[in-house]
Write a protein that binds this ligand. Structure first.
Ligand SMILES: CC(C)(COP(=O)(O)OP(=O)(O)OC[C@H]1O[C@@H](n2cnc3c(N)ncnc32)[C@H](O)[C@@H]1OP(=O)(O)O)[C@@H](O)C(=O)NCCC(=O)NCCS
Length: 147
C-alpha cells in the first residue's frame, strides 16, 4: 500500500539518499530549507515503511505552481509512485487557486518528458544552458482550473 503525505524532518535522510541515487546534483541543505519555506508542497511517498519518492514544489510570486524536483527510488520506478506524487501536488496547487504549473526537465530526459506529457503537461520553451553542465532545459506547463 502506498501512503502519500507531507514531508517530515525524519524523512530527510531517505530523501537525500533518493536524490543521490537519481540526480546527485542538489545540496542536501536545500531540502531542509525547502521544508522550512514550503512545507505544504513537499510531499513524500511511503511503501512498507520506506520512503520511496518525493516531490518538492512551491508557489511563485506570480501565483504559478512550480515543481522543483520529483524523484522515485530506482527500485520503485514504473509502479505509479511518480504519478501519485504528481497528482497530489496538482491537487494541492488546485486547492491553492493556482492557474498553471511550470517545471523544467533536462532536454535528454525523454522518460520524464513522456511521464509529464501523460499527465497533461506541454512543452512551451527551452532554457538554454540551464544546468551546471550547460545542458538545455525543456520548459513544460500544465494549465489548471482552480476550484
Ligand atoms: C520520472 C519519474 C519521476 C517517474 O516516476 P515513476 O514512479 O517511474 O512513474 P509512474 O510509474 O507513475 O509512470 C512512469 C511510467 O511507468 C508506467 N507505469 C506506471 N505503472 C506501471 C505499471 N504498474 N507497470 C508498468 N508500467 C507502469 C507509466 O505508464 C509510465 O510509462 P512511460 O514511462 O512509458 O510513459 C521517475 O522515473 C524518476 O524518478 N526518474 C528520475 C528522476 C527524474 O527524471 N525526475 C523528473 C525530472 S525533475
Amino acid at each position: 500500500m502506498i501512503i502519500i503525505r507531507k514531508f517530515q524532518p525524519s524523512d530527510f535522510q531517505w530523501v537525500i539518499d533518493i536524490e543521490r541515487k537519481v540526480f546527485n546534483e542538489h545540496d542536501p541543505y536545500l531540502y531542509m530549507q525547502f521544508y522550512e519555506t514550503y512545507p505544504d508542497t513537499f510531499i513524500v511517498a511511503k511503501i512498507n515503511g520506506f520512503i520511496v519518492g518525493y516531490i518538492a514544489g512551491f508557489l511563485t510570486q506570480e501565483g504559478a505552481g512550480r515543481i522543483f524536483s520529483l524523484a522515485v527510488h530506482p527500485s520503485y520506478q514504473r509502479r505509479s509512485v511518480g504519478s501519485h506524487l504528481l497528482k497530489e501536488i496538482i491537487h494541492i496547487f488546485t486547492q491553492m487557486g493556482v492557474f498553471e504549473i511550470i517545471l523544467e526537465v533536462r532536454m535528454d530526459n525523454t522518460k520524464a518528458k513522456r511521464f509529464y506529457e501523460r499527465h497533461g503537461f506541454i512543452q512551451f520553451g527551452i532554457a538554454e544552458k540551464y544546468y551546471n553542465d550547460a545542458q538545455d532545459a525543456c520548459l513544460m506547463k500544465l494549465k489548471l482550473f482552480p476550484n
